[in-house]
Design a protein around this ligand. Structure first.
Ligand SMILES: Nc1ncnc2c1ncn2[C@@H]1O[C@H](COP(=O)(O)OP(=O)(O)OP(=O)(O)O)[C@@H](O)[C@H]1O
Ligand SMILES: [Mg+2]
Length: 227
């Protein structure tokens, strides 16, 4: 089972933001949907090991984020909406290389991995450009490139297409879905994107409302929204 939760509760500030979440998910691609403030990002951050649970049991790729955080960080990559917050190095190629610095691959192997990854994301021509000069869409592709160059087993993406135009949103989504080498958890308000997943999870008011076939979950969610 890639994600298992048993009565997980998450407290932020003085409120329970997730309550009594129990689920077992083994699908390769998982969509997370729900209204603003329903707890989706908190769910993504808990499974990514960024936010601790207050109680309950949790396992991600067979690991407990509380006690096996370093191993989890090695095997999971996180992608967020705002690419500016994810880019740390001055140039495009340096930024991608930074993602695999901990692997100590040596200069030649690092350069080869970076060059392959840039090629795959259509960024080769921009390798020496200043990262901050890229457009928003190019920055998000760079963030994705930095995530995938690490060859993660699980990619957790929180609204990865939120600020992108239709073309870049499709490009980013295609990268997230096309490579069969990783599992994907994608939090999204794009209900078409959600329906590309194998399974969908619906949150309501910090609680798990439903898990199931994405078409059915999206229909239930739209009915709840009254649209
Ligand atoms: N650091 C925090 N301290 C206190 N409350 C928080 C904190 N972060 C989030 N919350 C609250 O937790 C609830 C769930 O937030 P979360 O970000 O998980 O929602 P979301 O479903 O991702 O919403 P959106 O669709 O708007 O991104 C909200 O009511 C939010 O105000
Ligand atoms: Mg959110």
């Amino acid at each position: 089972m890639s994600i298992r939760m048993d009565a997980v509760r998450v407290r932020l500030g003085d409120a329970d933001v997730l309550s009594d979440v129990s689920l077992s998910l083994d699908a390769r691609t998982i969509a997370v949907v729900g209204e603003n403030g329903s707890g989706k990002s908190t769910f993504a951050r808990v499974i990514g090991g960024l936010v601790p649970r207050a109680s309950g049991d949790l396992s991600v790729l067979g690991l407990d984020p509380r006690t096996q955080a370093a191993e989890l960080r090695r095997r999971v990559a996180l992608v967020f909406s705002n690419p500016d917050a994810q880019i740390v190095m001055p140039t495009v190629a340096e930024d991608v290389a930074f993602s695999i610095r901990a692997d100590r691959l040596g200069a030649a192997e690092t350069a080869r991995r970076v060059s392959d990854a840039l090629e795959r994301f259509g960024l080769s021509a921009l390798a020496d450009r200043a990262s901050h000069e890229l457009s928003g869409g190019q920055k998000q592709l760079l963030a994705l490139c930095g995530a995938f160059v690490r060859r993660p087993e699980l990619v957790i993406a929180d609204e990865p297409t939120a600020y992108l135009d239709a073309r870049n949103a499709r490009l980013v989504a295609d990268h997230l879905f096309h490579d069969a080498g990783h599992r994907l958890v994608v939090v999204t308000h794009d209900l078409m994107l959600a329906q590309r997943c194998d399974v969908a999870v619906l949150f309501e008011g910090g609680r798990l409302a439903a898990v199931g076939e994405p078409g059915e979950i999206v229909a239930r969610y739209e009915a709840a929204l009254g649209c």
